[in-house]
Design a protein around this ligand. Structure first.
Ligand code: SAM
Ligand code: SF4
Length: 474
C-alpha cells in the first residue's frame, strides 16, 4: 500500500462479510418446498428477509419453486411499487483512472483506452442533448483519479443543474464514483446530489483481491465496504450499493448485497435506497474468469430473490442487458432503468450509431432511444416516471421508508408519475409514443379511487398540456 494516501474509516468500520458463513449457507442441499414457501410468505408480508432466509430462496432450484419465487416477486413489486418505472440516463464525465480493475476498459494500464475528461462547456452540451430527449434524472460516472476530487464532482453537479434548455432541466443528479472521506461526502451533498452509488463489485474477498490488485487504491476491500457508511455519517443518507455480477458465484454476491443492506439498516436506521446488479460485459482488453458466467436464468433468479429479500429497496436494471431480457426481468421487481444511454465520453453529441470500444468502459446491450423504450414500457402496462418529488421534498433516508407504503404511493407517486409523463409527452415524444401515453394516462385516471385527487390531477395535466407550467408535484 506504499504511495497511497492514508485512509480514514468510519467508527463502525467492520468487515461484516464472513466468506465461510455465506459459502456455508449456499452449499447445503436444496431446502424442502415448505421452508421455501414459508420464506416467500414472510416476504409477501413485506418483511425484510435475513441473510439465511435469502439463502433458502437462492438454493430453491426445483423449477416449480423457481416459478413460485418469480410469481411472488411480481406480486410484491406490484404491491409496493405499483406499475411505475423510473427512468434515468448515465453521463460519463471522465475515464482517467489510477486503478487496475481487471474487467474494466478504463483501467490505467489499458493503452487502447482514449482518455478524456469533459470540460464544463462539454458537460453543458451533453446535458442539453439529454434534456432535449426528455431526461430529468442523471447519474454522473467517473473513473478514480486525483483530478476527480469531491470539489470537482460538486462543480460538475452544479453545471448539470444550471444547464437549462427550453422546458428541459435536470432535477436530480446521482453519482457513481470512488469512495470518499467524510469531508468529501459533505462537499458533494452540499452540491445537491441525490444518491451516491458505490458498487462493492465482489463481496468475496479472494475474488476481490484478484480483480483489484492490492497495491491500487481500489485494492482495499474494507475501505470500499465502509464507503457508504462514511456517506451516511456525513449526512448522505441516500446511497446505492451494487455487485458486478459474474466475478464470483451469483448466489454468494446476492447474500453479500443483502448483508450490506442489513448492515446499513442496523447501524444507520436506513438501508440503501437502491441496489444495482450490473452483469459483466465485454470490455476493451478485459481479463476475467469466464467460468463465473451468469446465465440469463440465474440472473432472473438473482433479481427476483433480491426483490423478496429487501421489499422496500429500489432495484436498478441497466442497459448492459438486452432489450428482451430487460423486459422480462423488469416484471420481477425492478424500479428504475436507464434508457437512451451512451457511455462513451461525449457520446450524447458525438457518437454515431456504432459503439466504439476504445472510448467505452464496456459494451452496452440496449441502445434503443428513450422514446422507443418509453413506448414499449407503456405498451407493456408500465407507467414511465421522471418523478423527483421525494428527494426534493426531503423524503429520503429514514423518512422515505415511512412513506413507502401503498396509500402513499397511490396518493403521491402515481399522480407524480403521470404529471412527469405528461410533460414528456407534451415536450418530447414522437406522435406514436404520445398517443400511447395519452391512452395510458386516461386508463390510470379511471383507476384512481379518490374523486378529488382525480379532479385535481386532471386539472394539472390540462395545465401542463396547455401552458408552460412544468414541475408541479404532489
Ligand atoms: N470508477 C468508479 C468505481 O469503480 O467505483 C465508478 C465508476 S465505474 C466506471 C462504474 C461501474 O461499472 C463499476 O463499479 C463496475 O461495477 C461497472 N463495470 C466496470 N467494468 C464493467 C464491465 N466490463 N461490464 C459491466 N460493468 C462494468
Ligand atoms: Fe477505474 Fe472504476 Fe474502471 Fe475500476 S471500475 S478501472 S476504478 S473506472
Amino acid at each position: 500500500m506504499s504511495g497511497l494516501p492514508a485512509l480514514t474509516l468510519s467508527p463502525t468500520a467492520t468487515d461484516f462479510i464472513d466468506d465461510g458463513y455465506l459459502e456455508g449457507l449456499i452449499s447445503v442441499p436444496a431446502p424442502d418446498p415448505a421452508q421455501v414457501r414459508e420464506v416467500i410468505a414472510k416476504s409477501l408480508a413485506k418483511e425484510a428477509l435475513t441473510v439465511a432466509e435469502t439463502a433458502v430462496l437462492l438454493r430453491a432450484d426445483a423449477p416449480e419453486l423457481v416459478e413460485e419465487i418469480f410469481a411472488a416477486a411480481r406480486e410484491l413489486k406490484r404491491r409496493v411499487y405499483g406499475n411505475r418505472i423510473v427512468l434515468f440516463a448515465p453521463l460519463y464525465i471522465g475515464n482517467a483512472c489510477v486503478n487496475e480493475c481487471r474487467y474494466c476498459g478504463f483501467r490505467q494500464s489499458n493503452d487502447e483506452s482514449v482518455r478524456r475528461t469533459l470540460t464544463e462547456v462539454e458537460i453543458a452540451a451533453q446535458v442539453t442533448a439529454l434534456e432535449a430527449k426528455g431526461h430529468k434524472r442523471l447519474i454522473l460516472v467517473f473513473g478514480e483519479h486525483p483530478d476527480y476530487s469531491a470539489e470537482f464532482m460538486a462543480r460538475c453537479v452544479s453545471t448539470v443543474y444550471n444547464t437549462r434548455h427550453g422546458h428541459g432541466e435536470i432535477r436530480r443528479v446521482n453519482l457513481n464514483a470512488a469512495p470518499l472521506d467524510h469531508e468529501g461526502y459533505r462537499t458533494v451533498k452540499a452540491a445537491g446530489i441525490g444518491t451516491y452509488q458505490i458498487f462493492q463489485e465482489s463481496y468475496h474477498h479472494e475474488t476481490y483481491a484478484r480483480m483489484h490488485p492490492p497495491r491500487t487504491r481500489k485494492g482495499n476491500f474494507l475501505y470500499r465496504l465502509d464507503g457508504l457508511s462514511r456517506a451516511m455519517e456525513a449526512g448522505c443518507d441516500d446511497v446505492g450499493i451494487g455487485a458486478l455480477v459474474g466475478l464470483y458465484d451469483w448466489r454468494f454476491e446476492t447474500l453479500g448485497l443483502v448483508s450490506h443492506a442489513r448492515f446499513l439498516q442496523q447501524h444507520y436506521g436506513v438501508g440503501p435506497h437502491t441496489i444495482s446488479f450490473p452483469r459483466l460485459r465485454p470490455a476493451s482488453g478485459a481479463q476475467f474468469d469466464a467460468t463465473r458466467f451468469v446465465s440469463d436464468d440465474q440472473f432472473k433468479r438473482l433479481v427476483a430473490v433480491l426483490r423478496l429479500a429487501v421489499p422496500y429497496t429500489g432495484l436498478i436494471l441497466t442497459a448492459r442487458e438486452r432489450p428482451e431480457l430487460r423486459r422480462e426481468v423488469m416484471a420481477f421487481g425492478v424500479s428504475q432503468i436507464d434508457a437512451g444511454s451512451r457511455i462513451e465520453i461525449g457520446g450524447y453529441t458525438e457518437a454515431g450509431d456504432a459503439q466504439c470500444m476504445e472510448r467505452e468502459q464496456f459494451e452496452l446491450g440496449d441502445v434503443r432511444s428513450l422514446d422507443t423504450v418509453m413506448r414499449q414500457l407503456m405498451e407493456d402496462g408500465y407507467v414511465p416516471s421522471f418523478c423527483t418529488a421525494c428527494y426534493r421534498l426531503g423524503r429520503t433516508g429514514e423518512h422515505f421508508m415511512e412513506f413507502a407504503i401503498p396509500g402513499f404511493i397511490k396518493r403521491f407517486c402515481t399522480p407524480n408519475a403521470l404529471t412527469t409523463l405528461a410533460e414528456y409527452l407534451t415536450d418530447y415524444a414522437s406522435p406514436e409514443t404520445r398517443a400511447a401515453g395519452e391512452r395510458l394516462i386516461g386508463e390510470e385516471l379511471d383507476r384512481l379511487e379518490q374523486p378529488e385527487l382525480r379532479a385535481e390531477l386532471t386539472a394539472r395535466l390540462a395545465e401542463i398540456r396547455g401552458s408552460d407550467t412544468r414541475d408541479v408535484y404532489f
